[in-house]
Design a protein around this ligand. Structure first.
Ligand code: HEC
Ligand code: HEC
Length: 262
């Protein structure tokens, strides 16, 4: 199901309001789509590797997908393959929204999206240093408690029970929570809370966030962003053992975790 790339004018239209700097981006994206198309492989004279074909992604996602400096364009390097694949499908299928990128991934088949996900998942690259916390110690302490133990009274499971005891994620579908800027965590989790970001149903993160008050969420992201990565920053290869309490939410995007629908 390889559809044709949108004409560069489509991207240009999408970014016209934002000015000259972005007109370059629009042209680059039109070209990018053509480069990504598997059908274009034979016609190109230069090295045909996944790194080469996904160069256009790094215009936004930073060199090799390590994230751009501003915290807005997420890191994709080294996130688990199933998680990346699910996100690419989420954009294509309308569960997440970012028009400029969706225009690039929309025409691609599942098999090709999986190949792209495998490429970025396989990149083992250094993470940025942790961000010094900007909140009082009591808030950090509350964040640490929620991450480790959840809030059983509210039915909030511990972050560690799914994201792993080291918080580096669990292969193949659960991402790590360290090495991400606080702004990124706040904006993504905020978008999840309002329904702007969604995962396959049942959407455990949405269910969990509905039970987590805003000040608790802020405490969690402050603590997470201040933690260094462990010596081995890779996602664990087994399903995490439950840190605390029964699993009160189920994840359609990570069925291997078990759990019951709320
Ligand atoms: C025009 C800039 C831009 C380009 C080009 C772009 N992306 Fe993105 N991408 C984004 C933004 C912005 C987000 C976060 C959107 C949001 O807030 O949900 C994102 C999110 C993602 C995510 C989800 C990350 C996560 O951890 O949840 C993946 C995976 C991804 N992009 C892969 C790609 C790939 C692969 C390409 C190349 C085919 C690409 N992107 C090209 C801007 C871009
Ligand atoms: C029941 C299992 C479960 C629990 C508990 C859980 N998560 Fe998640 N989380 C997931 C899954 C599965 C995903 C991937 C969803 C998808 O495919 O979009 C995810 C994704 C995320 C992401 C997106 C990462 C990125 O790079 O964009 C963040 C941030 C996150 N979780 C934070 C948390 C925090 C903070 C907690 C604790 C308060 C928590 N999670 C508890 C299962 C869980």
């Amino acid at each position: 199901m390889q559809a044709a790339c949108p004409h560069p004018a489509v991207y240009a239209g999408a970014v016209r309001v934002t000015g000259a700097r972005y007109r370059f981006l629009a042209g680059a994206l039109g070209l990018a789509c053509a480069l990504l198309a598997p059908g274009a492989r034979a016609a190109r004279p230069f090295e045909d590797s996944m790194a080469q074909r996904t160069l256009p992604c790094t215009v936004c996602h930073g060199p090799q997908g390590r994230a751009a400096a501003d915290g807005y364009y997420p890191r994709i390097a080294g996130k688990p393959e199933g998680y990346l694949f699910n996100q690419l499908r989420n954009f294509r299928d309308g569960r997440r929204h970012y028009g400029l990128m969706a225009a690039m991934v929309d025409p691609l088949s599942d098999a090709y999206l999986q190949e792209i996900a495998r490429h970025f998942a396989g990149l083992e690259l250094p993470y940025p240093p942790p961000q010094p916390p900007q909140v009082p110690p009591a808030v950090l302490q509350r964040g640490a408690t929620l991450v480790r133990d959840g809030d059983p009274a509210r039915g909030v499971p511990a972050c560690m029970s799914c994201h792993g005891a080291a918080l580096t994620g669990a292969w193949p579908n659960v991402p790590g929570l360290l090495g991400l800027p606080r702004d990124y965590l706040n904006s993504q989790l905020g978008a999840w809370k309002t329904g702007e970001r969604r995962a396959q149903a049942p959407d455990c993160m949405a269910d969990l966030l509905r039970r987590l008050p805003d000040d608790d969420l802020a405490a969690v992201t402050a603590w997470l962003a201040a933690q260094p990565l462990p010596a081995d920053p890779r996602a664990v290869r087994q399903v995490p053992t439950r840190a605390a309490g029964p699993m009160t939410v189920a994840c359609g995007s990570a069925p291997e975790l078990g759990g019951r629908a709320p």
